[in-house]
Ligand binder design. Sequence first.
Ligand code: HMG
Length: 427
Amino acid sequence: MSNEDDHPAGIEAISVYVPQNFIEATEVAAANGTDPEKYTRGLGCRRMAIASPGEDAVTYGCEAARLLLERYQSDASAIGLLVVGTESGVDGSKPVAAYLHGMLGLDCRCRVFDTKHACYSATAALRIATDWCRGHDGRRGKALVVATDIARYDLGSPGEPTQGAAAVAMLVGNDAACMQLEHFPEAVYAQEVMDFWRPNYRHTAVVDGKVSLRTYLTALENTWDEYQRSSGLQWHDYEYLLFHVPFPRMAWKAFRLLHERYGNGESPEDAFSRMVEPGLWACRELGNCYSGSLYLCLAALLERVGQRATGARVGLFSYGSGCCAEFFTARIGSSSGIWHDRIGIGNGLRRRRQIDYSTYLEFRQITERMEGNHECQAGLASDADAAVTFCGTREHRRLYRFQAPTAGAESTQRRNSVNAQVANVLR
Ligand code: HMG
């Protein structure tokens, strides 16, 4: 047996942070004077997670990683690599990963950095992490990959109903209990295109919607063809298909394109319910969480199908505007029962709260005022159960307050000292 078979690199555990606030898509439609059916049926959007001013990509990423380490009783000191995929960074230079390194109390020998390529960034991070694990056979510890993003579009714009937020954390190692990545040649598609972007001076994305849909589907066709050619896999080899989900109907458009060309006798609707729906339910609740979207689908699939899916092959399509895309496959690991009830989506959804349109506007206005302001206070608290809150900015420094214990005595010490600094500065 090869070393690859002994130690299949992949995802050992996965955890999702569900933001505390959400708004109904129909409420946004009413405010925009749009037929709600356009959002709910036309785009498939039901609800969107909304970030409060005390939340950002750092607090979300920290929550997801902290929950992962707690739920799986993973040792923070055994993390040798932390890579954060995000397009909602809070600083032009300092990576989100550096904040998380401090908040989680990771070892100073742990390598930390962010990856960026729109929604593709977490796939780039996962690729780096699995290669790193394969390269040293676990001797240098495990890798932590975090995808954390907040999707914001202009008020009243076509993109507004496709907003969302969430963070997904994945423990990557050579004992891939959760998902083993299959080792076929890569199928990547890249093209310089202005389909979706966010200039540094904006807090909302700019989109050429039709170009973005077209490019997404071109990238899917190219990577699918390439992957089937190099792997020899065929349609019937797949139990599940997961897509990057900017809005749920996009998954249907993507699936239909493949089904028309390769599907067998089963109707596209039935095949979609069987192969795609089990991973799509969380996206309807949280909206587009950019880098985390594909991995939210993976987590949702694992949470829904549990142990029944052990050994099943999953095809994953990752797309990042700009653009870079990749198709790859993975198999669901054998100890699925362990992680099934620890992923946290269902629990997170049960404890969140609905906000109305005026609160949504208030959150946006405060957040917009704070951005670009080097002396400000967030004012509004975030998730009451969250470990970390963004408090504001003083002297160009972002300040975070820890509210709940992070793992380990060293981190408790660090937390107390950070809190003391925050208290001093905000006084
Ligand atoms: P739009 O152009 O206003 O919508 O915005 P539309 O007019 O095309 O309508 C959408 C669908 O609703 C259509 O269905 C309509 O027929 C239907 P389709 O023809 O597509 O099947 N519709 C209705 N249905 C029922 N009742 C009604 C009704 N009216 C219309 N009354 C758009 C759509 C996606 C462009 C917009 O939401 C947008 O700009 N979103 C953001 C960009 C995006 O999500 N692009 C997707 C691909 S790019 C990507 O995935 C990357 C991304 O995640 C970023 C990253 O990589 O970081 C975005």
